[in-house]
Unconditional design. Structure first.
Length: 307
């Protein structure tokens, strides 16, 4: 039997081969559901006080844009800290971080399963970060977590965070972007290169049975070039502070792409004085797994800075 962690990393490498966004997303759809089911306890009242040092997260099934999404809320004081995992990953990805972060900050912690992950039903059609940002906004509105939140966004969720902050800058106090997919990376040459790889992979999948992992890859690859050339033109609001954490390995095995990834992170930080760069030494792209301490410290620092 293959160790789940090894299976997860193999699927992530498949995603890496497909395209930059898919690479950043990962490809854990095949094992994410089981992990989420084991990680999430039965639903409880999310804001009720408990005697435990760190209350258990409560499950809230939210209706967002006509479909259901699973949100998990660890009780604490507002404003909330919202953790958003990379593609193919569900809320259980943060299980090393949520209890410690809740204990250290006392804040309400919100995680969730995007469509097709964990307890959230699959929604057919192409995947778009704008739609995911709209889903997140609907969930946070229904949870009354809409003022001075701290976003902690990993990998593909960097795209969601970018769209979310542009539309809801008034509700975000700051962000921690964890090896995140940022607009600066998607230059014309990089986007065209990965779009070509996408097409090769799509052609190779024709006639083969559709699995949750390949379904996700196809949804992400749809109109990859135009989508990411448009994303490249976006900018992060200068009034929302951000910390960009970069892994020592980056998501890419090739030195050229890895260097371009690091360069994009630095360019993002250089664009405004209220941004800083942090390095997660001895870490793969899975910083929340390999170096949760780095994510927790950056989030604590952001909370102290903005509240």
């Amino acid at each position: 039997m293959i160790n789940p962690a090894i299976r997860s990393r193999r699927l992530r490498h498949t995603a890496l081969a497909l395209a930059a966004t898919v690479a950043v997303a990962g490809g854990l759809a095949a094992c994410g559901t089981d992990a989420a089911a084991k990680a999430h306890p039965a639903a409880t009242s999310s804001r009720a006080a408990t005697t435990a040092a760190v209350p258990s997260p409560g499950l809230h099934m939210i209706t967002a844009n006509g479909h259901k999404l699973a949100f998990y809320v660890t009780p604490g004081h507002l404003p909330a800290i919202v953790l958003d995992a990379g593609g193919g990953l569900d809320a259980s990805y943060w299980k090393k971080i949520v209890p410690t972060l809740a204990k250290k900050t006392g804040s309400e912690i919100v995680t969730y399963d995007r469509s097709g992950e964990g307890k959230s039903p699959y929604v057919p059609g192409p995947w778009r970060a704008q739609n995911a940002a709209s889903d997140l906004a609907a969930g946070l509105t229904q949870l009354n977590a809409t003022k001075n939140v701290i976003l902690v966004s990993h990998s593909l969720a960097g795209e969601i965070a970018t769209y979310y902050v542009r539309d809801h800058a008034h509700s975000v106090a700051g962000a921690v972007l964890v090896d995140a997919s940022l607009p600066q990376f998607f230059t014309k040459s990089e986007t065209e290169k990965f779009a070509a790889v996408n097409q090769q992979r799509i052609d190779a999948l024709k006639g083969k049975p559709l699995t949750p992992a390949t379904r996700q890859l196809l949804a992400l690859a749809d109109h990859y070039g135009p989508v990411h050339l448009a994303y490249h033109k976006l900018s992060w609001p200068t009034n929302v502070p951000a910390t960009a954490i970069v892994s020592s390995q980056t998501p890419f095995p090739t030195p050229v792409d890895a260097q371009l990834w690091r360069q994009a992170q630095q360019e993002f930080v250089n664009a405004a004085p209220n941004r800083r760069l942090a390095m997660a030494d001895h870490s793969s792209h899975d910083i929340p797994i390999d170096r949760p301490d780095v994510v927790i410290k950056a989030t604590q620092d952001m909370v102290n800075q903005v509240h």
